[in-house]
Design a binder for this molecule. Structure first.
Ligand SMILES: [Fe+2]
Ligand SMILES: [Fe+2]
Length: 361
């Protein structure tokens, strides 16, 4: 899991701590952190790119998260389900953001409302509701598992950094829309932000969440569920009601989803058509081979009858020689049919690939 933490952390940058937060209640266990930190440094023989055994965002190479191996694993709790679903939503929005930034860089026409709403969503929903709820849960984990206190602190600080960086990107977008900065500025800060979010979520999904689930008991989850700050809040884009200020973003996400479904359906149909055509090719090949074999057998029989009529004594030898010759011809025919069949199947497959490629243009 140490490798996981490092790999996850190295993939992308990180996030920040929200302001609303009961999560700010410092876990008592945190005070014990320094002793642990030293130990971690000693054990981290392989330095990171930064040379301190931590990723750019401050995650340990050898995270104390992974050291706790608890047997008491409880079923996935609604809170964790919600956090994971929110990660999927954020990843979807970040994918759209990456596509929009590429279009900006390529000088293509983009809907600036969509670009703005993407970052407006990130600073007004995940930063206000997703990260603070995580902070509360992390805080509880740090109270129970003192070794995780340092990492909890890193994550909570990262939530703060995410919020700050998000606001900066949003400002860049506003200035870009006013014509004060170029698209390249937005593309650069946007990309850094996307990397940061991905890294943060990767670390949480691969290292932190599994640890949380191994540390917190059902009783802990029950108590957390009673906290008003952890109550579910409807997502303004992915929730039951879309908020007006995110209508362009929502429309764009839905259109992309529809396109994905349509493409998937088309690819499936093209595949089925190619399969049917391939079966037809094979069936025709089988029929040709069978006809050829039948023709050769008939010819052999007729030839033998003639030979016995003309010269009964030498007929058996002549028949055997004739049969061998006809069998050779049959094999040649079958080989030719096989070659043609292979060519036809390759053509059908190539046509299928070409049609799928056309869909992506
Ligand atoms: Fe987080
Ligand atoms: Fe998260």
């Amino acid at each position: 899991m140490a490798a996981n933490a490092k790999a996850a952390a190295n993939k992308k940058p990180t996030a920040a701590k929200s302001k609303t937060t009961a999560a700010r209640k410092k876990p008592a266990a945190k005070k014990k952190a320094p002793a642990k930190k030293t130990a971690v440094k000693k054990k981290t023989a392989k330095p990171s790119a930064k040379g301190k055994g931590k990723s750019e965002s401050g995650y340990s190479d050898k995270s104390p998260w992974q050291k706790k191996k608890s047997a008491r694993k409880v079923a996935e709790q609604p809170l964790m389900k919600a956090l994971r679903a929110e990660h999927r939503h954020m990843a979807t929005v970040m994918q759209l953001f990456a596509d929009q930034l590429k279009a900006v860089e390529d000088g293509e026409l983009v809907d600036t409302h969509v670009v703005y709403e993407i970052m407006d969503y990130m600073v007004s929903w995940p930063d206000r509701y997703h990260h603070p709820r995580e902070d509360l849960i992390y805080g509880r984990v740090a109270e129970i598992d003192s070794k995780a206190a340092d990492e909890v602190d890193t994550l909570q600080r990262d939530h703060d950094r995410t919020a700050t960086r998000g606001r900066e990107v949003l400002r860049d977008i506003e200035r870009w829309r006013e014509g004060e900065v170029s698209g390249a500025v937005v593309a650069k800060s946007g990309r850094n932000y996307i990397d940061h979010i991905y890294e943060h979520m990767n670390v949480e999904e691969k290292v932190v969440f599994p640890h949380i689930e191994s540390v917190l008991s059902l009783q802990d989850w029950r108590e957390l569920a009673e906290d008003d700050h952890l109550r579910a809040v409807a997502d303004p884009v992915f929730g039951p009601r879309v908020q007006r200020e995110f209508r362009n973003l929502t429309r764009k996400l839905r259109r992309n989803l529809r396109r994905g479904v349509e493409r998937g359906t088309m690819v499936e149909w093209i595949g089925i058509e190619a399969l049917m055509e391939s079966l037809e090719v094979l069936s025709m090949a089988y029929e040709s081979a069978r006809n050829s074999a039948s023709d050769h057998a008939r010819a052999a029989w007729e030839d033998c009858q003639d030979m016995f009529r003309d010269s009964p004594l030498t007929a058996p030898f002549q028949c055997a020689a004739n049969n061998a010759k006809l069998t050779l011809r049959l094999l040649e025919d079958v080989a030719e049919i096989s070659r043609d069949t292979y060519g036809d199947l390759s053509r059908v497959n190539q046509e299928r690939k070409d049609r799928v490629r056309l869909l992506d243009r």
